[in-house]
Design a protein around this ligand. Structure first.
Ligand SMILES: CC(C)(COP(=O)(O)OP(=O)(O)OC[C@H]1O[C@@H](n2cnc3c(N)ncnc32)[C@H](O)[C@@H]1OP(=O)(O)O)[C@@H](O)C(=O)NCCC(=O)NCCS
Length: 185
């Protein structure tokens, strides 16, 4: 049984190792210092993270916060102030393609919806097919796409900005192909 729970301060060192072991690929931009600083903010609750684990072993995690990166800001419609940003989603290399990433994103949507957030934004390399598939399943729509030569070194070197509206999101159960349980956040 895969169990999804909120990350705690004591999980931070494990997450910092996990992201560089399992999250690195030619599409995923992971500037080391920024990523480490981001994960450290779990301790002060500026960043929230959910961990998918089985028998105490981390199979994946996602992290999110309510501060949006510069790149997203211009795409927020006027007057829409209750937004969050899906910063990282990483699944253990031996467990990809089993739906864990999608389940983590669904769980994050549930948590944020309960916190009165109305839209969740994410940024990815346009060619990151795993990420694209996961986001498509989770209801994200691509709202912009542009050349991003500064941070993209492979493939099309383009970035996609995506968004899912949570306002009408009623499903607070996480269904799907995994046997899964969720702890209170
Ligand atoms: C991206 C990532 C988190 C997806 O997690 P996952 O658990 O493998 O994703 P899921 O199993 O939920 O897959 C979601 C969908 O994408 C599809 N998909 C996954 N990898 C794919 C690939 N390489 N090419 C095409 N489709 C792919 C799956 O088939 C699935 O759709 P389906 O259920 O309709 O078949 C995982 O691949 C990962 O950790 N990648 C490295 C880090 C990264 O790039 N993170 C994203 C940063 S934006």
């Amino acid at each position: 049984m895969v169990h999804i729970r909120s990350a705690k301060t004591e999980d931070i060192p494990m997450l910092k190792g996990f992201i560089f072991e399992h999250g690195q690929n030619e599409w995923n931009y992971l500037p080391r210092e920024e990523v480490l600083a981001h994960l450290s903010k779990i301790e002060i609750h500026e960043v929230q993270a959910l961990i998918a684990e089985e028998a105490g072993t981390c199979l994946g995690f996602c992290s999110f916060n309510k501060e949006l990166p510069e790149k997203c800001l211009r795409y927020i419609p006027t007057g829409k102030n209750k937004n969050a940003y899906l910063a990282e989603v990483v699944v253990h290399k031996s467990h990809s393609g089993k739906g864990i990433g999608s389940e983590l994103v669904e769980a994050a949507k549930n948590v944020l919806k309960m916190q009165d957030i109305q839209a969740l934004y994410a940024v990815r390399h346009t060619d990151n097919l795993g990420s694209a598939g996961m986001m498509r399943k989770s209801g994200f729509e691509v709202i912009a796409e542009f050349d991003d030569f500064e941070i993209r070194t492979s493939g099309s070197r383009r970035t996609s900005i995506t968004r899912v509206e949570l306002s009408n999101y009623e499903d607070i159960g996480v269904g799907g192909k995994l046997p899964i349980s969720i702890a209170g956040s």
